[in-house]
Design a protein around this ligand. Sequence first.
Ligand code: SF4
Length: 283
Amino acid sequence: MSANQVRHVCGISGGKDSSALAIYLRDRVPEMEYFFCDTGAELPETYEYLNKLEVVLGKPIARLNADKGFDHWFEVYRGTLPSPQMRWCTKLVKIKPLEAWLGDDEAISYVAIRADEKNRKGYVSTKPNISAVFPFVEEEVDHEGVLRILDEAGVGLPAYYEWRTRSGCYFCFYQRKAEWVGLADRHPELFERAVAIEQKVLKDGGASGDVSYQGQAMQGRDYTWSNGETLSELLDRREEILKKHAEAMARAAKSRRNLPLIEVLSGALDEDDDSDACVVCAL
Ligand code: SF4
């Protein structure tokens, strides 16, 4: 690439919106470079879906791995799991590898915010050499449009949409209670790993007073992946959680007829917890 050439890049999280955007731009921006920030803790379904997308895109998706993965950062931030309030993970394992990959190159980053969610903020780098554009907002592509693009390309939705609506790490703290049960059922070994990390953090929790995050000293504290209970406690309540989830699914299906299953699932899960997922990880 010549020194003055502007790079066009499109990040794929393994979620439906960024995947649809990649397909949408395939013929519109032939020089596009696709990338995926791999935390090393993604779901197996995400890796399978990326392989399918590469076939449709006709080019590889660059896998960007952080030099130091979660195991390292769990040690550094011992006593504290990442959380919506202390979201060190996105910066360290997603944004930094991307900025390192782009270096000082001039780049246009295509962000998959949809037309029906214009007020949501996607990742916009603060680095002056990277500018962001929002094709779905500009060209009025909404949720239905995204589903249509995926359907017409023959890729459909990632398989994890049967039980979870957000891409990202298997232990992501944005996961809703019913999704944790889904993880335990579909990937018991990953659930057990999340339990082991949580137990270690709970055990070591008193020793972290010398760790700081964004200038703020963090005191040792107990912390759990899911609000208010450990994963073991959550799993003990599985019948109750699944019953509540089934009722929410029925309500969501009734509230609007002919709703695609994904919207029913999403509506039901949002009753459990309506926190926005991380837009870097889950677009
Ligand atoms: S998916 Fe969740 S845990 Fe993983 S980097 Fe993103 S916010 Fe952090």
